[in-house]
Design a protein around this ligand. Structure first.
Ligand SMILES: [Zn+2]
Ligand SMILES: [Zn+2]
Length: 422
């Protein structure tokens, strides 16, 4: 038995949590003694629907183990691993390999995402049914990194995945409108002489796919929204009754295109950092529920791929260890929302979209996946995290909130700021 004493729940209630056999046995005051958790908020373990774990194929940037370590330090108990590995996770054997690597790491649940198309080529559907019926039980399918741009392929994918009870997660980027693009399109891209990435390249795909999802009655998830117009499109689609969910990254909530002036490739990301107005629209949409979740799009890159000229550098940023602080900044410190909404965007909604069932809420009888956060702690972010990569755009910022402990199935995966070596 394990006892967490004096925790504050998202509702504000101060109580104790008793854990037995990996499950939450009781939420309520206990006379026994246990771990003093006063001052800490107990939240359901965080779930990231959008992580690049880079294994197999790019182990210099990240492995399932190193990404899991970074994940538990960020308060996560489940990560969905994107399919753009090498080989691509477009068949049962690769998704089962990723699942097994996750079990061996043993720190959190690793759920593989299956590629929508073979080799992320955008032309031929991959073995969706075999991945769904494999031991990895894939329910989220995405070509992330690439857009499923052919409308007929997208229509077929939505239809097929609906039959599997899953969801297609679209990386909304019209390829012809973004050929060679390096940053947000606008006055600044003109000034800096970098090829622009227009907002309409994102918004037009979201609008098209919302209508395709409506046509077949399928669920659609949009990865990493970045523009005010994309928020408008999702708001419209939801009002129309379309089964659409949307995600925003920590970096698009906090950082703007002005950072590109530094020409530091740490700020190069796909989709690009946008304007202040876009950031404000994304924040408002996260608060009002138009955007459902925060997905990190944790995209580690080795220094070889980042320590070079802007136009040669790879797109992507790490994010697992800062997402909770960013959520706290946007929802709590701003005074705009509360810890219950925080729980929705980091735990319950991503669990629901990813078909993780009951995970993402704290209830008696459920697996004890619990994250304990000290909301009063303030820290200066270092470039170095537990990721193998250092492409950390938050380095140097001071953020509030610190994950102190993470429990996965009743055991500490992260305790007093240290990863438990499984
Ligand atoms: Zn993407
Ligand atoms: Zn991604």
């Amino acid at each position: 038995m394990r006892l967490l004493k004096g925790v504050r729940l998202a509702s504000g209630e101060v109580t104790d949590i008793t854990i037995e056999a990996g499950k939450i046995a009781r939420i309520g005051k206990s006379k026994e003694s246990g771990l003093d958790c006063s001052g800490l908020i107990a939240l359901p373990g965080f779930v990231d629907l959008h992580t690049h774990l880079r294994q197999p194929g790019f182990e210099a940037s990240e492995t399932v183990l190193s990404g899991s370590r970074s994940g538990v330090a960020g308060g996560y108990t489940a990560l969905f691993a994107m399919a753009n590995s090498d080989p691509v996770a477009d068949n049962a054997s690769v998704v089962e390999q990723v699942m097994t690597l996750g079990q061996e790491a043993g720190l959190l649940e690793v759920r593989p995402i299956g590629a929508v198309t073979k080799g992320l080529g955008g032309e031929e559907l991959s073995a969706l049914g075999l991945m769904a019926s494999s031991a990895a039980k894939v329910r989220v399918f995405s070509d992330d990194g690439h857009c499923v741009h052919d409308p007929l392929v997208m229509l077929r994918a939505l239809t097929y995945v609906k039959g599997l009870g899953g969801v297609v997660a679209q990386h909304a980027q019209e390829p012809r409108l973004t050929e060679g693009s390096q940053m947000n399109a606008g006055a600044l891209s003109t000034e800096l002489g970098l090829k622009g990435w227009p907002a309409v390249a994102e918004e037009s795909i979201i609008a098209r796919d919302a209508l395709l999802a409506e046509q077949v009655g399928a669920r659609l998830h949009i990865c990493h929204l970045t523009t005010a117009g994309a928020v408008d499109v999702v708001r419209w689609a939801k009002a129309r009754g379309i089964q659409i969910t949307a995600e925003v990254t920590p970096h698009h909530l906090m950082l703007t295109e002005d950072l590109v002036r530094t020409y530091d490739p740490v700020f190069k990301v796909n989709p690009p950092l946008r304007t202040r107005e876009d950031t404000l629209a994304l924040r408002e949409a996260l608060i009002d529920g138009t955007i459902d979740i925060i997905g990190t799009d944790h995209a580690p890159h080795s220094s070889e791929k980042k320590d070079c000229e802007w136009d040669q550098a790879a797109f992507g940023m790490v994010g697992l260890e800062h997402a909770a602080s960013v959520a706290q900044e946007v929802l709590i410190e701003s005074g705009a929302s509360d810890w219950e909404r925080f729980t929705e965007v980091l735990s319950s909604k991503p669990a629901q979209i990813g078909s993780l069932g009951d995970q993402g809420s704290l209830k008696e009888g459920q697996e004890a996946n619990i994250t304990l956060v000290d909301p009063a702690a303030s820290r200066e972010i270092q470039a170095e995290t537990l990721s193998l990569s250092r492409n950390n755009p938050f380095a140097g910022l001071t953020l509030k909130g610190q994950v102190v402990h993470t429990l996965f199935r009743g055991k500490f995966s992260f305790r007093d700021g240290k990863v438990k070596n499984a």
